[in-house]
Every structure is written in structure tokens, then in C-alpha cells.
Write a protein of this length. Structure first.
Length: 110
């Protein structure tokens, strides 16, 4: 996917309300490309500088079991930043480090 295609993902991620999370797969589905969840991850990992501050990348998580999402970043520092930002927004993690999608999930409804 080209960078222009990634802009479609970024536009969707910007719509995620504060205090809610979604998964890479939901972003891909909303972009009309349900088989590209991995591409969503690549697009978010490519964010740097000012653009990274305008896109709430921390609200996108990986699926971690039925009805849950979790941090799936390879870097401990990035994972800590993501968790800290979500906690400041009121997102709660369970003992396994997962977030309930029933409680905090966003599926594209504005």
C-alpha cells in the first residue's frame, strides 16, 4: 500500500474518541480493506515527528483473545508510552494487560 493509502488509515484513527480503543483489524475493515490489519500496524509504526502528535496511534491495539485488545508493540518503551497515554484517558487494563473491548471498544460509530 502506498503512503496515500496510509492516509486513509490515519483519517480513521483520528476519529477514535478519547478513552476508547480499537484494533488494527477494525481500522483495516473501516478503510475498506479487511485483510490489511498488518498494513495498519506498519502505517502507525511509520509515524514520526509532528504527524505522530496529530494521530492518536495509542488507541489502536492488537486482538488479545475474545473481546480483548492489548499492546502489541515490539518496543518496551513504546508499549509503556501507549499504556500510559491510555491510562490517562481512563482506559483500564486487566491483570493480563488487556483492555475489554466491551467496555472501551470503538467499532467506527461516531
Amino acid at each position: 500500500m502506498t503512503l496515500e493509502g496510509w492516509e486513509r488509515y490515519y483519517a480513521i484513527v483520528r476519529r477514535i474518541p478519547r478513552g476508547l480503543v480499537t484494533t488494527y483489524g477494525v481500522i483495516a475493515r473501516l478503510a475498506g480493506q479487511p485483510q490489511t490489519a498488518r498494513h495498519v500496524g506498519w502505517a502507525l509504526a511509520a509515524l514520526h515527528g509532528k504527524k505522530a502528535n496529530t494521530i492518536p496511534w495509542h488507541r489502536v491495539m492488537g486482538v488479545k483473545g475474545r473481546g480483548h485488545a492489548g499492546i502489541s508493540m515490539p518496543s518496551d518503551a513504546g508499549g509503556k508510552t501507549q499504556r500510559s497515554r491510555l491510562a490517562k484517558e481512563g482506559v483500564r487494563f486487566d491483570a493480563k494487560g488487556r483492555v475489554s473491548l466491551e467496555r472501551h471498544g470503538w467499532n467506527g460509530d461516531d
